[in-house]
Design a protein around this ligand. Structure first.
Ligand SMILES: O=C(CO)[C@H](O)[C@H](O)COP(=O)(O)O
Ligand SMILES: [Fe+2]
Length: 227
């Protein structure tokens, strides 16, 4: 497990007209600094919503030093994922439900210098994808149905997180467990106890008066819940 909980604010809840400033709001000093910036790419096909794509990620790469964590909620990630790695994303996550050849995608992402992430929807069993997981660096467990920010955390996914934690630890896999959806000051403790390494939070960070302080508070809660 990561020694310190990682916090990845999702810009889905930021002001899209001021994205550069919004990212700077979580790039401050000390504990107010986010670990990653989570970028939700939606194509209105894999999910019923449309957000942003490669040109915005290319611009964000120039606007911040923070690692970009691109969550691709798109069809045909086999075709598109590599572009995000080439644009300088730190981690590129594809959905197991959308990928045709997820092992090939992971290899290509790593060859392009990015970490490879595998995401799984709340209703998809993890057990069906264990062989694939071995090829990845991160597992993004969705704790809402992908598509929209501001939804309520689905507590049933905690069992999947516990299973993932156990499999990663006992199998000595170098896979970081990430959770996405409905993470706030209340739900982060349960997720931390279940073994999450990295916490995505959109509305809980960008809906707060001071996004940097929200990052610090979330990390603090996660760290306490682990002990
Ligand atoms: O992938 C996502 C939705 O599909 C977002 O990352 C997620 O929902 C973040 O928003 P919030 O913390 O408000 O739930
Ligand atoms: Fe996301």
């Amino acid at each position: 497990m990561e020694s310190r909980p990682l916090i990845a604010p999702s810009i889905l809840s930021a002001d899209f007209a001021r994205l550069g400033e919004e990212v700077q709001a979580v790039a401050g000093p000390g504990e107010t600094r986010a670990d990653w910036v989570h970028v939700d790419v939606m194509d209105a096909h894999f999910v019923p919503n449309l957000t942003l794509g490669l040109p915005v990620v290319q611009s964000l790469r120039k606007a911040t030093d923070l690692p970009l964590d691109c969550h691709l909620m798109i069809e045909d990630p086999d075709r598109w994922a590599i572009g995000y790695a080439e644009a300088g994303a730190y981690n590129v996550t594809v959905h197991v439900e959308a990928a045709k050849d997820p092992v090939r995608i992971a290899k290509d992402l790593r060859a392009a210098g990015a970490k490879a992430g595998l995401s799984i929807k709340p209703g998809t069993p993890l057990e069906d994808h264990l062989d694939t997981l071995k090829h990845y660096d991160t597992l993004l467990v969705m704790s809402v149905e992908p598509g929209f920010g501001g939804q309520s955390f689905i507590p049933e996914v905690l069992d999947k997180v516990r299973t993932a934690r156990r499999l990663v630890d006992t199998g000595h896999l170098k896979v970081l467990v990430e959770i996405d959806g409905g993470i706030n000051a209340d739900t982060i403790e349960q997720a931390a106890e279940a073994g999450v390494d990295c916490f995505v939070a959109g509305s809980a960070v960008y809906g707060a008066e001071d996004p940097g302080k929200a990052v610090a508070a979330l990390r603090d809660r996660a760290a306490h819940a682990r002990h």
